[in-house]
Design a protein around this ligand. Structure first.
Ligand code: DUC
Ligand code: ZN
Ligand code: ZN
Length: 461
């Protein structure tokens, strides 16, 4: 099958121009103006932007209790054609087995392409030794948690350094969840002992200094190990500044932020119990000055990508979130994979905070490069035909009834939206049209990531 998309404005991370895209099978074969080719199908994209399908480098399908891959149709409808999920490790299960198990949950189920980050949750020598073998199973990124002391997520500095020493030998990109675990424990106990149990204390127990300290420490460890670092879900201004500072000194230190840190503030946590619980995620939502700092950082390139940290948990009265009896035991996470494009475009591009080129870079091109997927995130001859035909004139409102994430609430409910994906193609196949999933469940494929991603490219120390 071949497809010709004509007369659209093709937007890449570096330029835009009116032109045509010719797709054969699953691959972009030609890009140009007024292409003279026979195609089985022709789509007129006059007045539309042609964007690369999104790559969401930060999603949870299963970990932290998030809904599984059956709900990945939400990604397709929202213009994201590749999701990069975290493969949680259970105790005594080898890292590589954990990845294969998570992949088995996605295969024949996911409606978009998928890839994985490894997560160390059983830090010990045999597991550190596995790190250098991750690329053999198509994984080139590894997350460790500096938060959640007393749980299997927690890794101390020794574990982080041990992982970093192995990671750099194989071109695996280290990721950290940077929040100081002791600050969180002590402050959590302090607030609970005073009867302060409401969701907003989730923020007070995880102040910006907890993120700043851990980010600084992770950077120090990366310098000691001489290992590139990608700090995930940066939310605090001071943490971002630490990354910016190290990077400007020539260290390969990078970071991502997430859609909710660009659009929601601590005020949402302060909604009446248990409305506020729907907004419990970690790091927590921050006051407006941090939100402003995140926009500044993505515009200037101090943060490299915007993920959703999608983690779909029911929020309603009987929902998973409601099981928590105080802020400290409400499951962490909010859905967002469907809304990432809409929010970045409406509140970034349409407000003039970022250019369309920067949008493409943050939404697709850089995430693909960070995780090591060279065939994704770009409109280029030879790349996968993951394409969004975007109608910039459409106006609407985000509402849970239009969301395919499979839960009972939408954290961005009521947000006004400008523009939407009119058509979304996954490797040349139409999967979504005007907010409706029209693909086939299970057609997503496991994408094997290559080591030495973007965080290694910039190593110019
Ligand atoms: N970290 C994440 O990346 N997502 C959910 C919660 C967390 O701690
Ligand atoms: Zn995290
Ligand atoms: Zn996450």
């Amino acid at each position: 099958m071949s497809l010709l998309i004509k007369n659209g404005t093709i937007v890449t991370a570096t330029s835009e121009f009116t032109g045509d895209l010719y797709i054969e099978g699953e691959t972009i074969r030609q890009i140009g103006f007024n292409l003279k080719v026979d195609a089985d199908r022709i789509v007129d994209a006059t007045g539309r932007y042609i964007l690369p399908g999104g790559v969401d480098e930060h999603v949870h399908y299963g970990s932290f209790g998030g809904r599984l891959f059956e709900t990945a149709e939400a990604a397709a409808v929202g213009g994201t054609t590749t999701i990069v999920d975290f493969a949680p490790q259970e105790k005594d299960v080898p890292l590589l087995d954990a990845i294969r198990r998570q992949a088995a949950k996605a295969e024949h189920i996911s409606s978009v392409d998928f890839a994985f980050h490894a997560v160390i949750m059983d830090p010990k020598e045999s597991v550190f030794e596995e790190v250098r073998h991750l690329p053999e199973v198509g994984v080139a990124t590894l997350k460790l948690f500096m938060a959640y002391k007393g749980t299997s997520f927690y890794c101390d500095d020794e574990a982080i350094l041990n992982a970093m020493m192995r990671a750099k030998e194989a071109g695996v990109t280290m990721m950290v969840h940077a929040e100081n675990a002791d600050i969180i424990t002590i402050l959590t106990n302090h607030y609970l002992s005073q009867g302060k149990t409401a969701p907003v204390y989730h923020y007070h127990a995880r102040p910006p200094i907890a993120e700043e300290e851990a980010t600084g420490r992770a950077i120090a460890l990366a310098k000691a190990a001489d290992c590139p670092l990608f700090v995930v879900h940066v939310s605090a201004k001071e943490a971002m500044e630490a990354i910016r500072e190290a990077h400007s000194q020539g260290w390969p230190i990078f970071g991502e932020t997430c859609t909710h840190y660009l659009t929601l503030t601590t005020d949402y946590l302060d909604k009446p119990v248990f409305e506020g619980a729907k907004y419990i995620c970690s790091p927590p939502l921050r006051p407006q000055e941090h939100v402003d700092a995140m926009w500044h950082a993505v515009r200037e390139g101090w943060l490299t990508a915007v993920g959703s940290d999608h983690c779909a948990l029911d929020g309603g009265y009987e929902g998973a979130k409601k099981k928590g009896t105080n802020f400290s035991n409400v499951p962490n996470g909010c859905p967002g994979v469907q809304d990432r494009l809409a929010l970045l475009w409406t509140y970034g591009v349409c407000t003039g905070k970022i250019t369309r080129q920067k949008f493409v870079e943050l939404f697709a091109t850089n995430p693909a490069k960070v995780v090591g997927l060279p065939g994704k995130g770009e409109l280029r001859v030879g790349a996968d035909a993951d394409i969004v035909i975007f109608d910039p004139d459409w106006k609407g409102v985000i509402t849970n009834k239009d969301s395919l994430h499979g839960i009972d609430y939408e954290p961005f409910e009521g947000f006004e939206i400008q523009g939407r994906p009119e058509q979304v193609y996954l490797r040349g196949r139409l999967v979504a049209q005007k907010g409706v999933f029209v693909g086939e469940r299970g057609k997503g494929q496991w994408q094997k990531c290559r080591p030495y991603g973007l965080c290694y490219d910039y190593y110019h120390k």
